[in-house]
Design a protein around this ligand. Structure first.
Ligand SMILES: Cc1cc2nc3c(=O)[nH]c(=O)nc-3n(C[C@H](O)[C@H](O)[C@H](O)COP(=O)(O)OP(=O)(O)OC[C@H]3O[C@@H](n4cnc5c(N)ncnc54)[C@H](O)[C@@H]3O)c2cc1C
Ligand code: SF4
Length: 457
């Protein structure tokens, strides 16, 4: 350990740009065993490890880095899976620069330990050797329903099954995984990694009901009578519009409509998707979802792809590495522009009218406001406009039927035990936080499962 002067920080290699534009396969390669070992060997084994605090799951990072560096892959695998329901997935998609790696003591000078890449590698190498996450053989007589198969639902199911509690998962889509399956594109997360985790839950005894929407195909009353507790992990997928004139044009779409259509086509060969080949695509928004839209558009063969964002590059909310990847792939950025209207003819958008903006001086909290420069209008031509302006919870009717209270923006209210106002129902993930991260959804699922276990056993 402590070999951070011997080995410099290395990021996983990326596939060549021209190759990666031809498909939706993952951009980053998984570290070879020796590379993961060397990179783990850089860890200083801090007495009070900040990386552990920076990780929302509180993963035992220095412990599994040490076991990786000292060539104890079985122990590294066990430690990594102890606190995380799907470490190989989070190693791929967490914004590590603001989480574990951002908090690493080496981040200030020598370069943080490449924690995410090592986490993915140690797990993938273990799977290659036939290792699997462990579930208990002892089964209790308790039964929990999990609504939604996204990261919060998968996490809740994992930790419940580990304690021998029977789980039935209900998912309205035709495949499990939530946004891991039909949101995050394959170039960031290979879908087989999601299927693999779901299959292990099925092997551990979980029953999965696909194409089953709670409130429509199965009622709240049925859940209440059949199960000892219910975990609600229904996400927050309702896209926000810019609320400007012309956005009802037929070629203006919400980000999820675009991304989900492409991913369903990629997996099921269904033809129902938004075709942007040879078109000028304009994506409005500057977060991770916008990056996924622009990067999907270049893979679809769009004529030009532009990302419009109302702040400057330094204030972009998404992961910095994804912005770099998008630039490499040919995406153009227009910073400091705010959409005023969609220019359309006969119900079809031909461009976006924009206003230039300036950033104010930072206030006491350091936040800079967006100032619209009146009279600075100009038009950016577009054949397809995609709105990637964040998400809100959907607030389905079954919540009220179950007496589950929501707050002013539609988020499910919970107490410190993850219980909703109906104490048989627990909730977590985006449906209670608002659109957030896979890792925080995983935390909620794990913590809610612990509370359910305490209440039932
Ligand atoms: C395009 C995109 C890219 C992202 N990229 C990243 C990233 O790189 N890194 C990261 O950490 N996070 C990323 N996120 C955020 C992350 O995906 C979410 O925070 C996370 O998936 C939330 O998990 P969840 O379980 O709360 O909800 P979801 O993943 O949304 O899952 C909810 C599930 O519930 C199902 N459901 C809803 N209502 C019902 C019902 N009535 N009955 C049955 N099933 C129902 C839905 O179909 C869905 O499958 C991204 C999000 C998007 C949209
Ligand atoms: S789960 Fe995310 S934050 Fe935690 S160690 Fe893994 S990559 Fe880092």
């Amino acid at each position: 350990m402590l070999n951070f002067t011997k080995f410099e920080r290395i990021n996983p290699e990326k596939r060549d740009v021209l190759q990666r534009l031809k498909d939706y396969n993952e951009v980053y390669q998984v570290f070879e065993k020796q590379r993961a070992k060397e990179q783990a060997d850089r860890c200083m084994q801090c007495g009070d490890p900040y990386c552990h605090t920076g990780c929302p799951l509180g993963n035992f990072i220095p412990a599994w880095l040490k076991q990786t560096a000292e060539d104890n892959p079985d122990l590294a695998f066990a430690l990594s899976n102890e606190t995380s329901p799907f470490p190989e997935i989070l190693g791929r998609i967490c914004p590590q620069d603001v989480l574990c790696e951002g908090a690493c003591s080496l981040n200030t000078g020598h370069g943080a330990v490449s924690i995410g890449a090592i986490e993915t590698s140690l797990n993938e190498r273990a799977f290659e050797k036939g290792m699997k996450p462990k579930f208990t053989e002892i089964k209790s007589d308790k039964k929990v329903a999990v609504i939604g198969s996204g990261p919060s639902g998968i996490s809740a199911a994992t930790f419940l099954l580990r304690r021998g509690i029977a789980v039935e998962m209900f998912e309205r889509e035709d495949r499990a995984g939530g946004l891991l399956m039909y949101g995050i594109p394959g170039f960031k997360l290979d879908k087989t990694t999601v299927d693999r985790r779901i299959n292990w839950l099925l092997e551990a005894g979980m029953k999965l009901h696909l194409n089953c929407e709670i409130g429509k195909d199965k009622s709240v009353e049925e859940l209440e009578s059949e199960f000892d507790a219910v975990f609600v992990g229904i996400g927050a997928k309702a896209g926000n519009w810019a609320k400007i004139s012309g956005e009802d044009s037929s070629n203006v779409h919400l980000a999820m409509e675009f991304l989900t259509g492409l991913q369903k086509r990629n997996m099921n060969n269904k033809a129902d998707y938004i075709d942007v080949k040879d078109k000028n695509v304009v994506v409005i928004g500057g977060g991770d979802t916008a990056m996924d839209c622009v990067r999907s558009s270049v893979r679809e063969g769009a004529k030009s792809v532009k990302c419009l964002y109302r702040r400057d590059e330094a204030n972009m909310p998404g992961s910095k590495k994804e912005v770099v990847n998008a630039k490499e792939e040919g995406v153009e950025y227009l910073f400091n522009v705010s959409p005023k209207s969609i220019i359309s003819k006969d119900g079809i958008a031909t461009g976006v009218e924009l206003l230039e903006t300036t950033m104010s001086e930072p206030d006491e909290s350091g936040r800079q406001k967006v100032i619209i420069n009146e009279g600075s209008e100009f038009v950016e031509e577009a054949d397809v406009v995609i709105m990637a302006l964040g998400f809100a919870p959907e607030v389905p009717a079954f919540l009220a039927q179950a007496n589950i209270k929501t707050n002013s923006w539609g988020g499910i209210e919970i107490n410190d035990k993850f219980q909703t106002s109906n104490t048989k129902f627990y909730a977590g993930g985006d449906c209670r936080r608002g659109a957030h991260l896979a890792v925080t959804a995983a935390v909620d699922g794990r913590e809610a499962a612990k509370e359910i276990i305490k209440a039932l056993m």
